[in-house]
Design a protein around this ligand. Structure first.
Ligand SMILES: Nc1ncnc2c1ncn2[C@@H]1O[C@H](COP(=O)(O)OP(=O)(O)OP(=O)(O)O)[C@@H](O)[C@H]1O
Ligand SMILES: [Mg+2]
Length: 287
Protein backbone atom coordinates (compact mmCIF):
# COMPACT_ATOMS: atom_id res chain seq x y z
CA UNK A 1 0.00 0.00 0.00
CA UNK A 2 1.75 3.13 -1.19
CA UNK A 3 -0.93 5.79 -0.74
CA UNK A 4 -1.38 7.24 2.69
CA UNK A 5 -4.47 8.99 3.97
CA UNK A 6 -2.69 10.56 6.96
CA UNK A 7 0.86 11.67 7.48
CA UNK A 8 2.17 12.36 10.98
CA UNK A 9 5.47 14.23 11.17
CA UNK A 10 7.54 14.97 14.29
CA UNK A 11 4.37 15.06 16.35
CA UNK A 12 5.05 16.25 19.88
CA UNK A 13 2.93 16.86 22.98
CA UNK A 14 4.13 18.74 26.02
CA UNK A 15 1.82 18.77 29.00
CA UNK A 16 2.37 21.57 31.48
CA UNK A 17 3.19 20.22 34.94
CA UNK A 18 4.17 21.72 38.30
CA UNK A 19 7.25 20.32 39.88
CA UNK A 20 6.90 20.33 43.63
CA UNK A 21 10.22 20.16 45.42
CA UNK A 22 10.82 20.52 49.16
CA UNK A 23 11.87 24.14 48.82
CA UNK A 24 10.48 25.07 45.44
CA UNK A 25 7.59 24.76 43.07
CA UNK A 26 8.10 25.49 39.41
CA UNK A 27 6.35 25.08 36.13
CA UNK A 28 7.77 22.64 33.68
CA UNK A 29 6.58 20.35 30.90
CA UNK A 30 6.16 16.64 30.50
CA UNK A 31 6.80 15.41 26.94
CA UNK A 32 4.20 12.65 26.50
CA UNK A 33 4.75 12.35 22.73
CA UNK A 34 8.18 13.04 21.34
CA UNK A 35 8.79 13.62 17.62
CA UNK A 36 6.61 10.82 16.35
CA UNK A 37 6.33 10.20 12.58
CA UNK A 38 4.38 7.62 10.57
CA UNK A 39 1.81 7.25 7.78
CA UNK A 40 -1.67 5.76 7.84
CA UNK A 41 -2.13 3.68 4.66
CA UNK A 42 -5.26 4.58 2.68
CA UNK A 43 -7.79 1.80 3.13
CA UNK A 44 -5.43 0.08 5.55
CA UNK A 45 -4.83 -0.26 9.27
CA UNK A 46 -2.04 1.38 11.18
CA UNK A 47 -1.66 -0.12 14.63
CA UNK A 48 -0.01 1.69 17.52
CA UNK A 49 1.27 -0.59 20.26
CA UNK A 50 3.31 -0.09 23.40
CA UNK A 51 3.12 -0.24 27.14
CA UNK A 52 0.71 1.81 29.22
CA UNK A 53 1.67 5.49 29.27
CA UNK A 54 3.77 5.29 26.10
CA UNK A 55 1.72 8.02 24.44
CA UNK A 56 -0.59 6.03 22.15
CA UNK A 57 -3.85 7.77 23.07
CA UNK A 58 -2.21 11.19 23.18
CA UNK A 59 -0.88 10.64 19.65
CA UNK A 60 -4.29 9.52 18.39
CA UNK A 61 -6.10 12.39 20.09
CA UNK A 62 -3.78 14.88 18.41
CA UNK A 63 -4.35 13.18 15.06
CA UNK A 64 -8.11 13.58 15.53
CA UNK A 65 -7.53 17.18 16.67
CA UNK A 66 -9.20 16.43 20.00
CA UNK A 67 -6.03 17.64 21.69
CA UNK A 68 -3.83 20.61 20.75
CA UNK A 69 -0.58 19.79 19.00
CA UNK A 70 2.57 21.21 20.63
CA UNK A 71 4.74 20.83 17.54
CA UNK A 72 5.05 18.78 14.40
CA UNK A 73 2.29 18.28 11.87
CA UNK A 74 -0.63 16.10 10.83
CA UNK A 75 -1.80 15.82 7.25
CA UNK A 76 -5.17 14.40 6.26
CA UNK A 77 -5.80 13.63 2.59
CA UNK A 78 -2.94 15.87 1.59
CA UNK A 79 -4.15 18.81 3.70
CA UNK A 80 -2.29 20.15 6.72
CA UNK A 81 -4.77 19.97 9.62
CA UNK A 82 -2.31 20.78 12.42
CA UNK A 83 -3.86 24.15 13.25
CA UNK A 84 -7.10 24.34 11.28
CA UNK A 85 -10.01 26.00 13.06
CA UNK A 86 -13.70 26.72 12.51
CA UNK A 87 -15.37 25.05 9.54
CA UNK A 88 -12.16 23.22 8.59
CA UNK A 89 -11.86 21.75 12.09
CA UNK A 90 -15.51 20.71 11.88
CA UNK A 91 -14.70 18.86 8.68
CA UNK A 92 -11.74 17.11 10.35
CA UNK A 93 -13.95 15.99 13.23
CA UNK A 94 -16.36 14.58 10.66
CA UNK A 95 -13.68 12.78 8.67
CA UNK A 96 -11.96 11.21 11.69
CA UNK A 97 -14.07 9.43 14.26
CA UNK A 98 -12.96 7.74 17.47
CA UNK A 99 -14.22 4.56 19.14
CA UNK A 100 -13.17 4.32 22.78
CA UNK A 101 -12.38 1.45 25.10
CA UNK A 102 -15.23 1.19 27.56
CA UNK A 103 -18.48 0.96 25.62
CA UNK A 104 -20.65 1.68 28.65
CA UNK A 105 -18.88 4.78 29.91
CA UNK A 106 -18.64 6.23 26.40
CA UNK A 107 -22.40 5.85 25.82
CA UNK A 108 -24.81 8.08 27.75
CA UNK A 109 -26.87 5.64 29.89
CA UNK A 110 -29.91 7.94 29.85
CA UNK A 111 -30.11 8.19 26.07
CA UNK A 112 -31.74 5.69 23.73
CA UNK A 113 -29.58 3.96 21.14
CA UNK A 114 -31.23 6.10 18.46
CA UNK A 115 -30.27 9.30 20.22
CA UNK A 116 -26.72 8.05 20.81
CA UNK A 117 -26.16 7.04 17.21
CA UNK A 118 -27.62 10.30 15.93
CA UNK A 119 -25.64 12.47 18.38
CA UNK A 120 -22.79 13.30 15.95
CA UNK A 121 -25.31 14.42 13.30
CA UNK A 122 -27.32 16.41 15.82
CA UNK A 123 -24.14 18.04 17.05
CA UNK A 124 -23.15 19.01 13.53
CA UNK A 125 -26.72 20.04 12.67
CA UNK A 126 -26.96 17.49 9.86
CA UNK A 127 -30.41 16.20 8.88
CA UNK A 128 -30.37 12.64 7.49
CA UNK A 129 -32.02 12.73 4.04
CA UNK A 130 -33.97 9.51 4.60
CA UNK A 131 -35.09 10.48 8.07
CA UNK A 132 -33.73 9.62 11.50
CA UNK A 133 -35.27 6.27 12.17
CA UNK A 134 -34.39 4.88 8.74
CA UNK A 135 -30.81 5.97 9.13
CA UNK A 136 -30.53 4.56 12.66
CA UNK A 137 -31.99 1.25 11.53
CA UNK A 138 -29.59 1.05 8.60
CA UNK A 139 -26.61 1.78 10.83
CA UNK A 140 -27.75 -0.76 13.42
CA UNK A 141 -28.10 -3.41 10.76
CA UNK A 142 -24.73 -2.46 9.34
CA UNK A 143 -23.02 -3.23 12.64
CA UNK A 144 -25.00 -6.40 13.33
CA UNK A 145 -27.53 -5.07 15.85
CA UNK A 146 -31.28 -5.67 15.86
CA UNK A 147 -32.72 -2.53 14.24
CA UNK A 148 -35.87 -2.89 16.34
CA UNK A 149 -33.86 -2.21 19.48
CA UNK A 150 -33.31 1.47 18.68
CA UNK A 151 -35.42 2.70 21.60
CA UNK A 152 -33.50 0.71 24.21
CA UNK A 153 -30.79 2.00 26.54
CA UNK A 154 -27.09 1.00 26.60
CA UNK A 155 -27.38 -1.04 29.79
CA UNK A 156 -29.81 -3.36 28.02
CA UNK A 157 -26.99 -4.50 25.74
CA UNK A 158 -24.03 -6.78 26.32
CA UNK A 159 -20.48 -5.40 26.15
CA UNK A 160 -19.96 -6.56 22.58
CA UNK A 161 -23.30 -5.14 21.48
CA UNK A 162 -22.62 -1.86 23.28
CA UNK A 163 -19.34 -1.56 21.41
CA UNK A 164 -21.26 -2.06 18.17
CA UNK A 165 -23.42 0.92 19.18
CA UNK A 166 -20.22 2.95 19.58
CA UNK A 167 -19.11 1.82 16.13
CA UNK A 168 -22.49 2.71 14.59
CA UNK A 169 -22.21 6.16 16.14
CA UNK A 170 -18.70 6.55 14.71
CA UNK A 171 -20.01 5.66 11.24
CA UNK A 172 -22.96 8.08 11.33
CA UNK A 173 -21.03 10.95 9.75
CA UNK A 174 -19.47 8.73 7.08
CA UNK A 175 -15.88 9.16 8.26
CA UNK A 176 -12.83 8.11 6.27
CA UNK A 177 -10.59 7.38 9.22
CA UNK A 178 -11.72 5.60 12.38
CA UNK A 179 -9.48 5.61 15.43
CA UNK A 180 -10.10 2.57 17.62
CA UNK A 181 -8.47 3.36 20.96
CA UNK A 182 -8.41 0.00 22.77
CA UNK A 183 -11.87 -0.46 21.27
CA UNK A 184 -11.92 -4.24 21.74
CA UNK A 185 -9.69 -4.49 24.81
CA UNK A 186 -12.49 -4.72 27.35
CA UNK A 187 -14.28 -7.54 25.51
CA UNK A 188 -14.02 -11.31 26.00
CA UNK A 189 -11.79 -13.02 23.46
CA UNK A 190 -14.61 -14.56 21.40
CA UNK A 191 -16.64 -11.34 21.37
CA UNK A 192 -13.46 -9.49 20.52
CA UNK A 193 -12.88 -11.74 17.49
CA UNK A 194 -16.31 -10.95 16.14
CA UNK A 195 -16.04 -7.22 16.64
CA UNK A 196 -12.68 -7.37 14.83
CA UNK A 197 -14.36 -9.23 11.98
CA UNK A 198 -16.99 -6.49 11.86
CA UNK A 199 -14.27 -3.83 11.72
CA UNK A 200 -12.59 -5.68 8.85
CA UNK A 201 -15.88 -5.94 6.98
CA UNK A 202 -16.64 -2.26 7.44
CA UNK A 203 -13.18 -1.35 6.25
CA UNK A 204 -13.73 -3.35 3.08
CA UNK A 205 -17.28 -2.18 2.40
CA UNK A 206 -16.90 1.47 3.32
CA UNK A 207 -13.28 1.96 2.32
CA UNK A 208 -12.28 3.06 5.82
CA UNK A 209 -8.76 3.47 7.15
CA UNK A 210 -8.04 2.62 10.77
CA UNK A 211 -5.71 3.80 13.46
CA UNK A 212 -5.89 0.82 15.77
CA UNK A 213 -4.52 1.17 19.28
CA UNK A 214 -4.14 -1.95 21.38
CA UNK A 215 -1.82 -3.34 23.99
CA UNK A 216 -2.73 -6.88 22.92
CA UNK A 217 -0.39 -7.86 20.10
CA UNK A 218 -2.35 -11.00 19.22
CA UNK A 219 -5.23 -8.68 18.29
CA UNK A 220 -2.93 -6.35 16.37
CA UNK A 221 -1.58 -9.22 14.34
CA UNK A 222 -5.10 -10.02 13.14
CA UNK A 223 -5.91 -6.56 11.86
CA UNK A 224 -2.83 -4.39 11.23
CA UNK A 225 -1.12 -3.68 7.92
CA UNK A 226 1.54 -1.50 9.50
CA UNK A 227 2.67 -1.32 13.10
CA UNK A 228 4.22 1.49 15.14
CA UNK A 229 5.82 0.49 18.43
CA UNK A 230 5.97 3.27 21.03
CA UNK A 231 7.85 3.54 24.27
CA UNK A 232 8.01 6.60 26.52
CA UNK A 233 6.53 8.85 23.88
CA UNK A 234 8.89 7.80 21.11
CA UNK A 235 8.66 5.47 18.14
CA UNK A 236 10.93 2.50 18.84
CA UNK A 237 10.24 0.70 15.60
CA UNK A 238 7.78 0.92 12.71
CA UNK A 239 7.09 -1.17 9.64
CA UNK A 240 4.82 -3.66 7.89
CA UNK A 241 3.14 -6.11 10.26
CA UNK A 242 5.03 -9.21 9.20
CA UNK A 243 8.34 -7.47 9.51
CA UNK A 244 7.54 -6.30 13.04
CA UNK A 245 6.22 -9.67 14.14
CA UNK A 246 8.61 -11.99 12.35
CA UNK A 247 11.82 -10.00 12.37
CA UNK A 248 11.67 -7.29 15.03
CA UNK A 249 14.90 -5.29 15.12
CA UNK A 250 14.46 -3.33 18.31
CA UNK A 251 15.06 -4.99 21.68
CA UNK A 252 11.90 -3.51 23.18
CA UNK A 253 9.80 -4.76 20.25
CA UNK A 254 11.39 -8.20 20.60
CA UNK A 255 10.38 -8.27 24.24
CA UNK A 256 6.80 -7.25 23.42
CA UNK A 257 6.49 -9.86 20.66
CA UNK A 258 7.94 -12.62 22.81
CA UNK A 259 5.12 -12.09 25.29
CA UNK A 260 2.37 -12.68 22.70
CA UNK A 261 0.48 -15.92 23.12
CA UNK A 262 0.30 -17.80 19.82
CA UNK A 263 -3.20 -18.31 18.42
CA UNK A 264 -3.71 -21.55 16.55
CA UNK A 265 -5.35 -20.35 13.29
CA UNK A 266 -6.75 -23.78 12.45
CA UNK A 267 -8.48 -24.07 15.78
CA UNK A 268 -9.79 -20.52 15.50
CA UNK A 269 -11.20 -21.25 12.05
CA UNK A 270 -12.98 -24.36 13.31
CA UNK A 271 -14.38 -22.38 16.22
CA UNK A 272 -15.67 -19.62 13.89
CA UNK A 273 -17.30 -22.24 11.64
CA UNK A 274 -19.00 -23.81 14.64
CA UNK A 275 -20.32 -20.41 15.69
CA UNK A 276 -21.72 -19.79 12.21
CA UNK A 277 -23.49 -23.12 12.21
CA UNK A 278 -24.76 -22.67 15.75
CA UNK A 279 -26.13 -19.14 15.91
CA UNK A 280 -27.52 -19.83 19.38
CA UNK A 281 -24.07 -20.51 20.74
CA UNK A 282 -22.91 -17.33 19.06
CA UNK A 283 -25.79 -15.37 20.58
CA UNK A 284 -25.07 -16.46 24.12
CA UNK A 285 -21.42 -15.87 23.44
CA UNK A 286 -22.08 -12.18 23.08
CA UNK A 287 -24.55 -11.75 25.93
N1 LIG B 1 -3.76 15.83 30.37
C1 LIG B 1 -2.56 15.32 30.74
N2 LIG B 1 -1.73 16.01 31.56
C2 LIG B 1 -0.54 15.51 31.92
N3 LIG B 1 -0.08 14.31 31.53
C3 LIG B 1 -0.87 13.58 30.73
C4 LIG B 1 -2.15 14.03 30.30
N4 LIG B 1 -2.70 13.07 29.50
C5 LIG B 1 -1.80 12.06 29.45
N5 LIG B 1 -0.70 12.36 30.19
C6 LIG B 1 0.49 11.52 30.34
O1 LIG B 1 1.04 11.27 29.08
C7 LIG B 1 1.58 9.96 29.02
C8 LIG B 1 0.99 9.22 27.85
O2 LIG B 1 -0.36 8.97 28.09
P1 LIG B 1 -1.30 8.18 27.08
O3 LIG B 1 -2.68 8.18 27.65
O4 LIG B 1 -1.14 8.77 25.72
O5 LIG B 1 -0.65 6.74 27.11
P2 LIG B 1 -1.19 5.39 26.45
O6 LIG B 1 -0.06 4.82 25.68
O7 LIG B 1 -2.45 5.64 25.72
O8 LIG B 1 -1.43 4.48 27.71
P3 LIG B 1 -2.56 3.36 28.01
O9 LIG B 1 -2.09 2.10 27.33
O10 LIG B 1 -2.55 3.23 29.48
O11 LIG B 1 -3.86 3.87 27.48
C9 LIG B 1 1.27 9.30 30.35
O12 LIG B 1 2.41 9.38 31.17
C10 LIG B 1 0.16 10.15 30.90
O13 LIG B 1 0.19 10.17 32.32
MG1 LIG C 1 -4.44 5.00 25.98
Amino acid sequence: MSDSIMKVRDLTKDFPVREEGRFFSRKSVFRAVDNVSFDVPAGGTLAIVGESGSGKSTTARMMARLLDISSGSVELEGKDITRVEGADLHKVRQTIQVVFQDPYSSLNPRHTVERIIMAPLDYQGVKPPKGRSTMVKELMERVGLDPNASQRYPRQFSGGQAQRIGIARALALKPKVVVCDEAVSALDVSVQARVINLLKELKQDLGLSYVFIAHDLAVVRQIADDVVVMQRGQVKEAGPRDQIFDAPQDAYTQKLIAAVPKIDPEWEERRQRYMQQHPLAAATDES
